[in-house]
Design a binder for this molecule. Structure first.
Ligand code: EPZ
Length: 423
């Protein structure tokens, strides 16, 4: 397993190109199953999770070809033969569950392994199954698999999500696109990645209204056709680097970042003293002369503060001038970065879903362990400002969501290098 070594204390300055959004690309790739024509996706990021989804789609029989431009891939599901998503693939990436509705809607059946939990929580899929049942699917759970059947196709319905769920909204929207009649989805997720999927489905012939709001109205159609769609920029990658710039006292331009999708973060950073300019090319982040101030943060579904930037903000508050309080309301176990930050000298106390952070003068480099995707990047950020050397182990977590992180940070002046595991 590779490790990353960082010597802290460098100020970041320069430009970082922002890649396509992982959490938009994954549902967009699954949407290729909804048609027998080619779906061309552009601006796909080069990430481990994208590779996992390609592998899963190939097992279903989707023909996948790299395009000429970088990040361009075409997917053709004309010859899908197998509607089973096997445990061995689904357990590696829970977003695999996004093939459930497309397989069910197009072929009338799907057998998808239950994803199982992960480091940040049990992460059930009951909301996905409740929505698809409402659309007329017969759902059984057997041998750790979801067996879903809709031999006569899905039927439009009015369904209210008891809780906001990004993935369940995405599955329901894909299922409803090919259902008979109208579907209304209430308390739907509003994340930019959900909107991006909706826009791609519309380009494929779906009839969806209300994207970006909490209620989606979908008129089912008999079939969807191919399309060409460009993936939106990754707001979580951009946000992670914005926080890095703020922490190191730097001046960094995030090329291609979408300021609208980052409003909650921009607001929090500005309130703590960080200067942020929106430009035609993206976002320019300049740290205050001194330290950022303490803050109060509560994670919420979009447009609230994103849970996927919670760990990164905890690293920022660990060295802020003052006390901060961060409350995680989306996942039940998303403070795995705390023990590692404590080993770097942070002053953090956790009580249930709330962490109280007292800013310290400096963190100290240490050998630390990555546990999940966003926790691992929070350790990289802490290492950038820590005294001395930090070694981050198990960086395969990072590769799931950050393309070439060491190259992007080194290009802005960080003293960072990746050492391959001894073979
Ligand atoms: C998506 O996960 C993202 N992943 C996550 O990003 C992100 O943290 C999350 O949305 C919230 O924004 C992808 O898009 C691939 P949810 P998802 O369904 O869809 C509970 C990252 O780091 N829930 O909105 O799985 C669930 O346990 C990843 O890039 C149910 O109880 O999230 C959680 O507590 C991590 N039953 C809450 O709802 C369900 O059927 C929100 O989950 C579904 C979810």
């Amino acid at each position: 397993m590779d490790t990353i070594r960082i010597h802290g204390g460098r100020t970041l300055s320069g430009a970082i190109p922002i890649a396509g959004a992982k959490n938009a690309a994954l549902p967009l790739m699954a949407a290729s199953l909804l048609t027998d024509q080619a779906l061309h996706l552009v601006n796909l990021p080069r990430l481990a999770d994208i590779g996992s989804m390609r592998k899963l789609l190939s097992t279903h029989g989707v023909a996948i070809e790299n395009g000429d431009a970088s990040g361009e891939v075409s997917f053709n599901a004309a010859a899908v033969a197998d509607t089973t998503a096997p445990y061995d693939l689904v357990r590696r990436m829970r977003a695999s569950v996004l093939v459930l509705a497309p397989l069910l809607a197009r072929f009338g059946r799907a057998r998808v392994s239950l994803p199982g939990g992960c480091a940040i929580g049990t992460r059930p899929i009951d909301l996905h199954l409740a929505a698809l049942s409402r659309l007329g699917a017969d759902i059984d759970l057997a041998d750790g698999y979801v067996e879903a059947r809709a031999p006569g196709g899905l039927t439009g319905a009015d369904f209210e999500f008891p809780a906001v769920s990004v993935g369940a909204t995405e599955n329901a929207m894909m299922g409803a696109s090919l259902a008979r009649g109208e579907t209304v989805l209430r308390n739907a997720a509003r994340e930019p990645e959900v909107v991006d999927l909706g826009r791609c489905l519309i380009a494929m012939g779906a009839k969806i209204e209300g994207l970006g709001g909490g209620t989606l109205q979908i008129q089912g159609v008999d079939r969807l056709h191919g399309a060409r769609h460009s993936v939106i920029p990754d707001r979580i990658e951009a946000g992670s680097y914005a926080i890095a710039a703020a922490m190191t006292g730097g001046d960094v331009t995030l090329e291609g970042a979408d300021p609208v999708a980052l409003e909650a973060l921009i607001d929090a950073l500005r309130r703590s003293g960080v200067a942020i300019e929106v430009s035609a090319t993206g976002l320019r982040v300049r740290a205050p002369g001194g330290k950022t101030g303490g803050m109060e943060l509560v994670t919420r579904p979009y447009p609230g503060f994103p849970t996927d930037l919670q760990a990164q903000m905890m690293s920022l508050t660990a060295i802020a001038a003052g006390t901060s309080r961060i409350t995680e309301t989306i996942f039940e176990n998303r403070f795995m970065h705390v023990p590692e930050l404590l080993r770097m000298g942070a002053d953090i106390r956790v009580a249930g879903a709330t962490a109280l952070i007292r800013g310290v003068a400096r963190l100290k480099g240490a050998e630390v362990m990555a546990t999940d995707l966003r926790a691992s990047v929070s350790l990289i950020l802490a290492a950038l400002v820590a005294e001395g050397e930090t070694v981050v182990n198990r960086v395969y977590h990072l590769d799931r969501g950050y393309e070439r992180i060491e190259a992007k940070l080194a290009a802005c002046g960080a003293d960072i290098e990746r050492t391959p595991a001894p073979s």
